[in-house]
Design a protein. Structure first.
Length: 138
């Protein structure tokens, strides 16, 4: 499967809530990095490995969002990478606020497996939706 097809499948799996299928597309030593000041990022900066992603991201974020989607607006293929621009939408259950924020994902590959994921998102808007307007202290 080509990298672009892997990324498209991952987004379908996200929409279906199938975390196991998403993790299956990742290399065992994947580097997973959310945008700076992202509420879920914490001090670690990145997570390495499928277990860390499942524990620190999927298990935390999954229950908090209703109807989370990414609307893909543009996809750019590069050697060994796929860049996706789009918008996140969804309802953050703890605040009852709706999200509609710009996002960019950079997916890097080793063969057919995702070797790294880096997200860039409007964290100020995301923090307002989540009721966490002030970034965490360094």
């Amino acid at each position: 499967m080509k990298p672009i097809d892997v990324v498209r499948k991952i987004y379908r799996d996200f929409a279906a809530g199938d975390a196991a299928a998403i993790l299956d597309a990742f290399a065992d030593d994947i580097e997973f990095k959310l945008a700076e000041n992202h509420p879920y990022r914490g001090a670690a900066g990145e997570w390495r490995g499928k277990q860390a992603i499942a524990q620190h991201f999927f298990a935390v974020a999954g229950p908090e969002w209703e109807g989370w989607t990414i609307g893909v607006e543009e996809t750019v293929e590069a050697p060994g990478a796929v860049i996706v621009e789009g918008r996140y939408t969804g309802l953050y259950r703890p605040t009852g606020r709706r999200m509609d924020v710009e996002v960019c994902h950079v997916w890097r590959f080793r063969g057919e497996r995702v070797a790294s994921f880096h997200q860039y998102v409007d964290t100020a808007a995301l923090r307002r939706v989540m009721g966490r307007d002030k970034p965490a202290e360094a």
